[in-house]
Ligand binder design. Structure first.
Ligand SMILES: C[S@@+](CC[C@H](N)C(=O)[O-])C[C@H]1O[C@@H](n2cnc3c(N)ncnc32)[C@H](O)[C@@H]1O
Length: 406
């Protein structure tokens, strides 16, 4: 019995995906979709920050020419059945339409990923189950790395059943065995100190005297001078080796004149494994901070996307990050914030359609009395990138291009 997911239009959607990733339409200028800047053809370089304005289907196809196999992290928060994407609405509101819409885009996304690349797909209850099966089909169930829970600031109180306070982030690798642990900055129990102008995590209790060997109130740390007696020569040699490399230092401790063994790690390099439930607040607040509040509905928190991006680029601060449902541009700001933390030079590629932004504050982007009507979402994306750059990354350069289909 076949256990594959089936829906109307599936074969055509996969055939379209296969056609787009095939060599003939891989986006060399003049053949496939390409990019335009100020009306001229534009070939991006691999290391530039970009906002591509247009439908992500031709945009992703166009990117194959320069970015095939080069993207380390993809984060997407696609429109749902209740979403406002015109490209998607045109084709109906049912699950089959959503799957047909997503299939060729995810196939292209996979083609753009590095062998150790990962994709985060952020969804609420509406499409989550379907998306998970679709993801298994496109990336392979063996490459599924699991589902994270994003816990939001407050629940949606108007659901009849629960106060909905979370959604899902499904994660796949292009090749699971190539992907290392998802990491996050280490917090407790280490203490942050500034040593020689650097933020260092200082752990003073790396060596314990051993359980049951101390009474209440007694010192639990094993002092350097007591290692030989309590733990033996092998342990002492181990500690001495780490003292030699600078991973440990000795610090005078208590009234006895003895020394505690202390681990010092540069804060940005001290990591723990990411917990699968991520609480991240904000979203709208992040936009308000930049003077862009009340224009775009349901932006995701910068902190969440920053955590996801950093988790797979902890020791890879030059990685390329892609978001092809960019919305208000949260991912660009998250990449800048991740770079700010560890002085990295990760780059972002965002793709967003120029669909009208019809919310009450949207006209503030083009001037309240503008004759232009409503501005496009992509205009908000670009403005957010500029404002966030002023804050995190004043020297940031980014290129805005339009996708041109032939
Ligand atoms: C749920 S929103 C993403 C919000 C974003 N994560 C944020 O924090 O602002 C989905 C976005 O995808 C855009 N979109 C929908 N269909 C698209 C398409 N075919 N190509 C590019 N963008 C599209 C919508 O306009 C919308 O801005």
């Amino acid at each position: 019995m076949s256990t594959a997911l089936n829906w109307t239009g599936k074969d055509a959607a996969f055939a379209l995906g296969r056609r787009l990733i095939s060599a003939e339409t891989s986006g060399r200028l003049g053949e496939g979709p390409h990019f335009l800047r100020d009306g001229d053809s534009y070939v991006p370089t691999v290391d530039e920050n970009m906002l591509v304005v247009g439908d992500n289907l031709p945009a992703l196809t166009g990117l194959l020419a320069t970015h095939r196999g080069r993207i380390k992290v993809i984060y997407i928060d696609p429109p749902y059945n209740t979403g406002n994407a015109l490209a998607y609405k045109d084709h109906g509101h049912d699950h089959a339409s959503w799957l047909n819409f997503m299939t060729p885009r995810l196939m292209l996304a996979r083609e753009l990923m590095r062998e150790d690349g990962v994709i985060f797909i952020h969804l609420d209850d509406g499409e989550s189950a379907w998306a998970q099966l679709l993801g298994h089909e496109i990336f392979g169930e063996d490459n599924s790395l699991g589902t994270l829970i994003h816990q939001r600031a407050k629940g949606g109180g108007n659901s009849p059943s629960f106060v909905r306070g979370h959604d899902y982030v499904h994660v796949w690798a292009k090749s699971a065995e190539q992907v290392g642990a998802f990491l996050t900055e280490k917090k407790a129990p280490a203490k942050l100190e500034i040593i020689d102008g650097r933020r260092m995590l200082v752990e003073t209790d790396v060596l314990r005297a051993g359980f049951g060997r101390y009474a209440r109130g007694q010192e639990r740390r094993l002092m350097y001078e007591d290692i030989l007696e309590v733990k033996g020569a092998k342990k002492l040699a181990e500690v001495d080796a780490k003292l030699g490399t600078g991973e440990y230092v000795l610090r005078a401790w208590g009234p006895t004149g003895k020394h505690a063994v202390v681990r010092v790690t540069p804060a940005e390099k001290a990591s723990s494994k990411l917990y699968s439930i991520i609480k991240a607040l904000g979203g709208q607040n992040d936009l308000e901070d930049l003077g862009l509040g009340g224009i775009f509905s349901y932006p995701k928190p910068v902190e969440l996307v920053k955590t996801l991006v950093a988790s797979q680029t902890f020791f890879d601060p030059e990685a390329i990050v892609l978001d092809f449902f960019a919305g208000s541009g949260t991912t660009a700001q998250a990449v800048m914030a991740a770079n700010h933390r560890d002085a990295g030079s990760r780059t972002f590629i965002l793709i967003q359609t120029p669909e009208p932004l019809q919310t009450k504050n949207a006209r503030s982007l083009v001037g309240a009395d503008s004759e232009d009507g409503f501005p496009e979402i992509s205009r908000l994306t670009a403005e957010r990138i500029r404002r966030a750059a002023k804050r995190h990354h004043p020297e940031l350069r980014f290129t805005e291009v339009a996708v041109a289909e032939q």
